[in-house]
Design a protein around this ligand. Structure first.
Ligand code: PMV
Length: 342
């Protein structure tokens, strides 16, 4: 009976061109390509202990406390990845996990959580002689994708790109690749996450992706995203912040318009999400700052600005934006370099 122990810290990420919708064939195959900033501070640390045994047994500790609510998700994940590594179904697991961001802050922990777990599993596979070092990160990205699509991108910094695209060499629907062909302004870009609404979302990402199947705008959207990936590539290289702002904000609003045009329709933004957007637009109009927002599948706003503007942007957050956050809460983050073994 062999015991394996390993630990990884893996970050969250924020997509600039969004993944929303899956192809009908395969598991977690995206309908379009996406690209994200990898974050630095918002991360999940997972320590995994696996004792080999015939049956599958899972205990999850969240911030040191038993969390049986997470077990079904991890069990489903292990079944999905058993096609890659059959050994994963035979063992007693202790998944000891904690997030750097407050629990139920409304920040999705699936990208950081699933990528951390995938990396731990890859460590064990490597120790068992089933995985070569040169295949390590790609396999981790495949496993992470099977847990949560966007998690595939968290393996790499400063940016991760996922989904086949003719203009992104080496891109794949199966795994993300690191994306580094970026102007220096983006290598340490700031993202302050404005916590508009803590607590559970009314509609999960899984359900949201599924609704694209019958959304009349879906085909046009997938084509648009592929086009936006081409535009994004040159923006990232040139550092053209005006073009960056226009594309990133359009992507965020398109994501939410897909939710509103699904059947059943739903809205994840809150009144304060719009207040924040309006404040950012007013500030940009008034002072010509190169600051913008993006959204993920929730009410929180990711406020994006260059590192050089940090002092002014932080003052603006305190003065204008914090009032729209639940209990005035926000988290300063910036572009980071991806997951690390502990
Ligand atoms: O990884 P999922 O299934 O939770 O989907 C995430 C989708 C978005 O966060 C809305 C966009 C993205 O590309 O990360």
């Amino acid at each position: 009976m062999t015991t394996y122990t390993t630990a990884w810290k893996s970050p969250s990420n924020i997509a600039l061109v969004k993944y929303w919708g899956k192809k009908p064939e395969g598991i977690q195959i995206p309908s379009n390509s996406s690209i994200s900033f990898t974050l630095k501070n918002c991360a999940t640390t997972t320590k995994l202990t696996l004792v080999e045994q015939a049956d599958l047994e899972i205990t999850v500790l969240l911030e040191g406390n038993q969390e049986p609510g997470f077990v079904p998700k991890i069990e489903q994940f292990l079944h999905r990845i058993s096609g890659v590594f059959p050994f994963v179904l035979n063992g007693k697991y202790t998944v000891d996990t904690s997030n750097s961001f407050p629990h139920s802050s409304g920040i999705a922990s699936s990208a950081s959580g699933m990528s951390a777990l995938a990396l731990c599993i890859c460590d064990i596979a490597k120790e068992k002689g089933l995985l070569a070092e040169e295949d390590f990160k790609q396999t981790a990205s495949i496993l992470a994708r099977l847990g949560s699509g966007s998690a595939s991108r968290s393996i790499y910094g400063p940016m991760g790109q996922w989904g086949e695209h003719p203009d992104y060499r080496g891109s794949s629907d199966e795994f993300a690749i690191p994306y580094t062909d970026i102007h220096s302004v983006f290598t340490d870009f700031c993202d302050t996450i404005l916590l508009v609404h803590r607590g559970q979302k009314t509609v999960s990402s899984t359900v949201g992706h599924g609704l694209l199947k019958d959304n009349p705008y879906a085909t046009a959207r997938f084509a648009q995203a592929q086009e936006n990936m081409i535009a994004m590539k040159s923006i990232l290289k040139s550092g053209d912040l005006d073009a960056f702002i226009a594309l990133v904000e359009s992507e965020a609003l398109t994501l939410h318009s897909l939710m509103m045009s699904s059947s059943p329709y739903f809205i994840l933004m809150k009144p304060n999400t719009l207040k924040i957007i309006e404040s950012i637009w007013a500030k940009r109009e008034k002072d010509a700052v190169k600051w913008c927002f993006t959204l993920d599948a929730g009410a929180n706003v990711h406020f994006l600005y260059p590192q050089a503007d940090q002092a002014a942007a932080k003052a603006f957050i305190e003065k204008e934006l914090a009032q729209y956050c639940e209990n005035g809460a926000f988290i300063h983050d910036e572009v980071g370099m991806g997951a690390e073994r502990l």
